[in-house]
Structure formats: structure tokens, C-alpha cells
Design a protein around this ligand. Structure first.
Ligand SMILES: Cc1ncc(COP(=O)(O)O)c(C=O)c1O
Length: 464
């Protein structure tokens, strides 16, 4: 198939200039009525979706490599998920697991136990969002250990409710004017090797280990009594912070520190879990077993569901300690059960396969594109860090944002993350051909920005 044929079969289909007239009107109405705290990068007004495609209100069809912020794991409106939702909605929409029983709460728990990253038995708490899964983990860790302090990492994003926000350390605007936050959180550096680590690759492993050792070598010797620490919260791959994977030895050292001091290790897999990295959980790659796992986003294909899974003995709180009216909603649970079927059958293996192909192509961009500083990730959780100069690694936030806009104008939906990175988090059912077309479009947008800025003398030559 020629490139042209590939693009006409698998590419976006734009029928208006962007934004089209209906989208423009919707954006205008939105600006009058909707909270200005949202962070829209470009004017996509979504109307319908199927697979990896989203159609806007003017009939333009986009390739969706954002997936509603890494949520539509099985693609938009997967027929099996839609059928499960429709069937459940016709039977029972709400009952509240807080006060009543529902067999599907245990059915879903059994499915998750079968794929958990730590040995069972497990217990499960159901909420509605990633932040609620994190809130539960924070409250549970304090309750179970009877300790108050927690450790989290710079660059972390754990959510926006007051507890989760207190753990978050991603962007100042997320916290500005919201203090006082929940006390007792200490942030320490995350092993962001590319940006903060040593340039010498042979020294990087030791540096990553030292990031973890800082806890015992510094914190526990100066400001924090280890017996007062309830938990360490870590994203095995930082999401919002820039799609930054934690080296395995760092995670192993966290586990060892937790074991030495009776601290719980909480893996926030809200973004990296549910098969996105080509394994059920990102932490599996390291072999480290967490005590608590936070789950949301991709687990129910877009229906709101947040889950806190723990080793059974940890969830020892008494009735009334924690609950949620809507948490574990029957329709969301039905969507999750259907999602798990699809992920186990094809989604996770496909994420590993197509993700590896994408990463192989993207690796080459470090040589051919002056703006591309680093390529990282696993499966279909891929980060591209852009820099003004490969030696100084100076961030280029405005250029990154411009690339997002240019991609949108060409029919590709992508999101930024961190200060200067692009994230690719498409549905896990992505076909190879769709991946090729999307990377062609992204490369075109990248090359256009590089051309403009090289022209203005703002970029140094590739590899310089
Ligand atoms: C790792 C991680 N934890 C927690 C959250 C919060 O999830 P939610 O926005 O569903 O509250 C997010 C959201 O991006 C996330 O990426």
C-alpha cells in the first residue's frame, strides 16, 4: 500500500477548516458557562467516537491518540462495552454498594485479584475517579498503620481533591491558593533520569538508587521519623509529570525501605495500569509487589470508576470509616467487566506489540529531529521530550504546544505532559496502520515547527 493509500484508508477525514462553524459556536458557549479551570489545548468539540476515531460536531474525523486522557482503553464505544452498559442500564442503574450488596462488585474483584501485581488475598474499595482511589489509599494507609506521615515525589500527579492534591507535586497552578492542604506529606526527587540524572549512562543506575536511598540517608536522619510514615506513594511511570518511567532498582529500593520500616508501598496505576504498558500494571515490569494499588482511567473504558485494591489484611477499617454513594456503580462495573475481557483477549498484547513498533520508529527521531531529546515509555504509554538544544536540554513548552495544535489541524489528537513532553496514549486496540499514519502526521507537525524555528535561528542543529 502506498503512503497515500494508507492515509486515505486509515487517516483522519477532515471536511471543514478547524474549528468548523458548529465547533466555534460550542467553544463560545463553553467559554460563557463552563469553569475556566479546564486546560483545553485546541478546540476539539467531540460528538461521537468509534475505535480510535472521534468525530466532531462538524463531521471531522480525528485519530485519537489522547483517548480522553488515557481512558478509552478499548477504544471509543467498543461494541462489547456498549452492549454490557446497555444491558446493565436496562436492569439496574444504581443501588449503592455502601448500603447494599451487588454480585458484580465481587465478580469484578475476582477478575482483578486474578491479575493483581501482588499475591492475594485482596480487598477492594470502589469509588468514581482516580482521585477517589488515591484518597482511599491515603486514608487506608493512615488508618491501618496508625501513622500520619506519607512520602510522595516531585513531578507526581495523584489527583485534585484535597488529599490527592496534597500528594501531587506537578504544577504550581494545581495548588495555588488552595492551601492549607493535608499536612504530613514530604516530597522528594523522582528518578527523572533524562532531566535530572547524570549524563554518563553508567552512572544513571546508581543515581536512581540514590533517589530512593535519600529517604533513609537524609529524611529519616533529619526531619522524618520512620515509625511515623504510613506510606510511600509512587507512580511506576509518572503520567502528568512527563511519562517518566521509574528505573526498576529504584522501585526495588522503595520496597526494601518499606519492608524495613513497616511502611506501605502504594502504586498509583491510575494512568499506567489496565494494560496500557503492555502488562496489566506498569510496576510488574520491575517485579516489585506493592501493598496498595490505585486504579481508574482505562479500567472501565470511560465509565467513571476508581478502585483501591490492597492486600486483604490492610483493609481492616470498621464500618463507617470510608464509603461512597455512587462508587461501584453497577453500569461502571459492567463496563469494567467487559473491558477486562477485551484487554485480556487482545488489548494488552496489542499494546505491547504496536507500542514496541512505535517506540522503534520514534527512537530514530532522536537522530533525525533537532527538537527530540528523549523517547521513553512502554507499550502504548509513550513520551517524547522536546528540547531546544540536545546538550543543554532547555525546555520548549511553547513549541510543544504548537505541535499539539498543528497535529490537531491535521486530524491527530495528542496531549502534552510535563513541562516539555508530548504523550501518546491511544486506545490499546490500535492497529499498526493507524499507528503509522499518526506518527506520519506527528512527524509532519514536528518538522514544520522545527523548520520555522530553525529559520529564526532558535534551534541548534540536530545533535548539537
Ligand atoms: C497517576 C494518576 N493518579 C491520579 C489521577 C487522578 O485521576 P482523576 O482525574 O480521575 O481524579 C490521575 C489523572 O490524571 C493520574 O494520572
Amino acid at each position: 500500500m502506498t503512503k497515500q493509500e494508507l492515509h486515505s484508508q486509515f487517516g483522519p477525514k477532515l471536511v471543514t477548516t478547524l474549528p468548523g462553524p458548529k465547533a466555534r459556536a460550542a467553544v463560545e458557549a463553553d467559554s460563557r458557562l463552563i469553569s475556566p479551570s479546564y486546560t483545553r489545548s485546541y478546540p476539539l468539540v467531540a460528538k461521537s467516537g468509534r475505535g480510535i476515531r472521534v468525530t466532531d460536531s462538524d463531521g471531522n474525523e480525528f485519530l485519537d491518540f489522547a483517548a480522553g486522557i488515557a481512558v478509552n482503553s478499548t477504544g471509543h464505544c467498543h461494541p462489547e462495552v456498549v452492549a454490557a452498559i446497555q444491558k446493565q442500564a436496562a436492569e439496574l442503574i444504581h443501588i449503592s454498594g455502601t448500603d447494599f450488596y451487588d454480585e458484580n462488585l465481587t465478580n469484578l474483584a475476582a477478575k482483578l485479584t486474578a491479575v493483581a501485581p501482588m499475591p492475594g488475598p485482596h480487598k477492594f474499595f470502589y469509588g468514581n475517579s482516580g482521585a477517589e482511589a488515591v484518597e482511599c489509599a491515603l486514608k487506608l494507609a493512615r488508618y491501618h498503620t496508625k501513622r500520619q506521615q506519607v512520602i510522595a515525589f516531585y513531578g507526581a500527579f495523584h489527583g485534585r481533591t484535597m488529599g490527592a492534591l496534597s500528594l501531587t507535586a506537578s504544577k504550581p497552578q494545581q495548588k495555588r491558593r488552595f492551601a492549607p492542604l493535608v499536612p504530613g506529606v514530604t516530597h522528594i526527587p523522582y528518578p527523572y533520569v533524562y532531566r535530572n540524572g547524570p549524563a554518563d549512562p553508567t552512572a544513571q543506575e546508581q543515581w536512581a538508587l540514590n533517589c530512593a536511598r535519600y529517604i533513609e540517608d537524609k529524611l529519616f536522619k533529619t526531619t522524618l521519623a520512620p515509625e511515623e510514615v504510613a506510606a510511600i506513594f509512587v507512580e511506576p511511570i509518572q503520567g502528568e509529570g512527563g511519562y517518566v518511567p521509574a528505573p526498576a532498582n529504584f522501585l526495588h529500593e522503595l520496597r526494601a525501605i518499606c519492608d524495613r520500616h513497616g511502611i506501605l508501598l502504594v502504586a498509583d496505576e491510575v494512568q499506567s495500569g489496565a494494560g496500557r504498558t503492555g502488562k496489566w500494571w506498569a510496576i510488574e515490569e520491575s517485579g516489585v509487589e506493592p501493598d496498595i494499588v490505585c486504579i481508574a482511567k482505562g479500567i472501565a473504558s470511560g465509565m467513571p470508576l476508581g478502585i483501591c485494591m490492597s492486600k486483604a489484611e490492610i483493609m481492616d477499617w470498621l464500618p463507617g470509616s470510608h464509603a461512597s454513594t455512587f462508587g461501584g456503580n453497577p453500569v461502571s462495573i459492567a463496563a469494567a467487566l467487559a473491558t477486562i475481557e477485551i484487554l485480556n483477549r487482545e488489548g494488552i498484547a496489542n499494546a505491547a506489540k504496536v507500542g514496541a513498533q512505535m517506540l522503534a520508529r520514534l527512537e530514530g527521531w532522536k537522530e533525525t529531529h533537532p527538537l527530540v531529546g528523549d523517547i521513553r515509555g512502554r507499550g502504548l504509554m509513550i513520551g517524547i521530550e522536546l528540547v531546544k538544544d540536545k546538550a543543554t536540554r532547555e525546555p520548549v513548552t511553547a513549541l510543544r504546544n504548537r505541535i499539539e495544535e498543528l497535529a490537531f489541524e491535521r486530524g491527530l489528537l495528542i496531549l502534552g505532559c510535563g513541562e516539555t513532553s508530548i504523550r501518546l496514549c491511544p486506545p490499546l486496540i490500535l492497529k499498526e496502520e493507524e499507528a503509522t499514519v499518526a506518527l506520519d502526521i506527528l512527524e509532519e507537525a514536528l518538522a514544520e515547527v522545527e523548520k520555522q524555528h530553525a529559520h529564526m535561528g532558535e534551534l541548534t542543529a540536530a545533535g548539537a
